[in-house]
Ligand binder design. Structure first.
Ligand code: PLP
Length: 525
């Protein structure tokens, strides 16, 4: 199968490619010149019919025009007047980040607290007059600017736009609607966050699983799927890759830089849009943060040096939609996140938001603006908190792994890799030791399971539940290969549980004790 022609535009007297979005009928003008970065491709071909048919919310368009000239009297909108808001001030009590290890001080109650405040009538980072009024779907400028600043300092993405979301679940479902038509096939890791992939199914999107190993998605398998794709029998070739590069949910794996580069290159060659769902990005362990960089340039630069390189940071031609969330680094109930993408996709996404959920809530936007503002932690203080948070989660991970070795691995019935980021441990149950393990099942469908792995895992799951422990069975996250092209059926590979190490020391200890005991009972009969 031939790779798709990618349309690039090169200005006459300039050595740098510029951002141009062409209608899909425009003929290709030049081949890819790998030496010239910052190219831009025609992305309109990736839009779903829904996104193409969507008109801007006309009221929002006039509202945006009214923002341009200061002092414009707005008699057009049904906005309650701010003098009638029953609120004039919000105080947020947050930990001080002055101490050496702010997360430990906060947990132990020994640290100072700070109050950061938002006002309706007094100066602050984001006035409550603005925060509580109707706004643009993309979110308020003060918050978007703060997050664009954070993005710039961590990822340095060329020519990207930030829009707010209600967290990554909201952002992802909107991206699926933006890019997917009924009958489309999207690529994803073979074990993935099914809460999200399931959300795409009613849109008529089919998932094509890519093989994984201990280090996550295998780039050569991605390439294999794309180059063997036969549109006559399989339908339109996939044009979207949904991936979770850090602490992949559920497997906990983190993609190496080499794999990321390979995957980006493949996406570039096959004109694939990458949905980079990265809520665990900031939770990295065993980081060698340079203390003199902290002293000289602050935490943001020091952390940027050691955090993994995102797909966004490599995205010279604008094919990455990166999804960040406050859920794992502040609190899930924040329901706030941000999408970073090329301005063409950002505009289409904002149109969808303007006509559906509208902008995120004012309280959360006010909180973020103050927290990241000069009277709050600031971006650098935020990164200091993140660095301290990493230390605490690393401690919990280490405790989990220590107890796992003592209570579980010692029997030989289960093993696990040490995760380098996030919240998950992917525990492999060594079912081949089980007396009732069978490799001679007759598949009922072509390429179906040849072992009784799924049945044994189901039995173990129920035993654990009866013993008072829940772990997530791999089958919950398995993506079925409808075309049967993976060789071995996924049900033969579901001998894993996803466990998290984010609980208390007590729950980690008690949970793994139950796990070790129940697994031994199960394995010995
Ligand atoms: N994507 C992944 C991989 C997740 O693990 C989660 C939450 O667990 C989400 C998205 C949803 O995140 P949010 O709370 O930002 O909607």
């Amino acid at each position: 199968m031939e790779k798709p022609a990618i349309q690039y535009i090169r200005p006459k007297f300039c050595l740098v490619y510029i951002m141009v979005f062409l209608p899909s009928t425009t003929p290709a003008t030049s081949a890819v010149d790998a030496g010239l970065k910052r190219s831009r491709v025609d992305y309109s071909r990736h839009l779903s019919s829904e996104a193409r048919a969507r008109l801007p919310n006309p009221i929002k368009s006039i509202w945006k025009a009214a923002q341009v000239k200061a002092g414009t009297i707005n008699m057009g909108n049904g906005d309650p007047h701010h003098t009638l808001y029953p609120i004039c001030e919000m105080n947020f009590v947050v930990p001080s980040i002055d101490g050496h290890d702010p997360v430990q001080s906060w947990r132990s109650g020994t640290g100072e607290q700070n109050i950061i405040a938002s006002y309706k009538d007094d100066p602050c980072a984001l006035s409550l007059r603005t925060a509580f009024a109707y706004g643009a779907g993309a979110g308020l400028k003060e918050v978007r600017d703060a997050l664009a600043n954070l993005n710039d300092r961590i990822h340095s993405p060329p020519n990207h736009t930030v829009s707010l979301s209600l967290g990554n679940a909201d952002a992802l479902t909107k991206c699926f609607r933006l890019l997917g038509d009924p009958g489309d096939s999207f690529l994803c890791e073979e074990f993935t966050f099914s809460a999200m992939t399931n959300a795409a199914l009613p849109l008529g999107i089919q998932w094509v699983p890519i093989r994984m190993d201990n280090n996550g998605l295998v780039p050569s398998d991605l390439e294999r799927i794309l180059s063997n794709w036969d549109e006559a029998t399989q339908g339109k070739r996939p044009h979207v890759l949904y991936t979770i590069p850090c602490s992949q949910n559920p497997t906990g794996s983190t993609l190496s830089l080499e794999r990321r580069q390979q995957i980006y290159r493949i996406a570039h060659d096959w004109d694939i849009i990458i949905l980079e769902d990265d809520p665990y990005f900031f939770l990295q362990y065993d980081l060698d943060v340079n203390q003199s960089t902290i002293q000289q340039y602050g935490y943001t630069r020091a952390m940027a040096e050691v955090l993994p390189r995102s797909f966004l940071s490599m995205d010279y031609d604008g094919r990455v939609m990166r999804l960040d969330s406050f859920s794992k680094i502040v609190a899930p109930g924040m329901r706030l996140g941000w999408v970073t993408s090329n301005s063409f996709f950002a505009e289409k996404l904002d149109m969808l938001t303007d006509s559906s959920s509208q902008h995120p809530h004012g309280m959360g936007q006010a909180f973020v603006a103050e927290l990241l503002g000069s009277d709050g932690w600031g971006v650098d203080g935020f990164m200091k908190w993140i660095s301290s948070l990493c230390n605490e989660y690393q401690r919990r991970r280490d405790l989990f792994m220590d107890i796992f070795r003592q209570k579980v691995a010692v029997s030989g019935f289960a093993t696990a890799e040490v995760p380098q980021s996030g919240m998950f441990v992917w525990i492999k149950i060594n079912l081949e030791h089980h007396a009732r393990f069978s490799t001679s099942q007759t598949p009922t469908v072509p390429g179906g399971p040849t072992t009784n792995t799924a049945d044994l895992m189901d039995e173990l799951f129920r035993k654990l539940l009866n013993s008072g422990l829940v772990m997530m069975p791999a089958s919950t996250f398995a993506v079925v290969d409808r075309a049967g092209t993976m060789g071995s059926h996924i049900n033969d590979r579901v001998n894993f549980f996803r466990a998290t190490f984010v609980g208390t020391d007590e729950t980690i200890r008690d949970g793994l004790t139950i796990f070790g005991r129940t697994l031994e009972e199960f394995s010995c009969c």
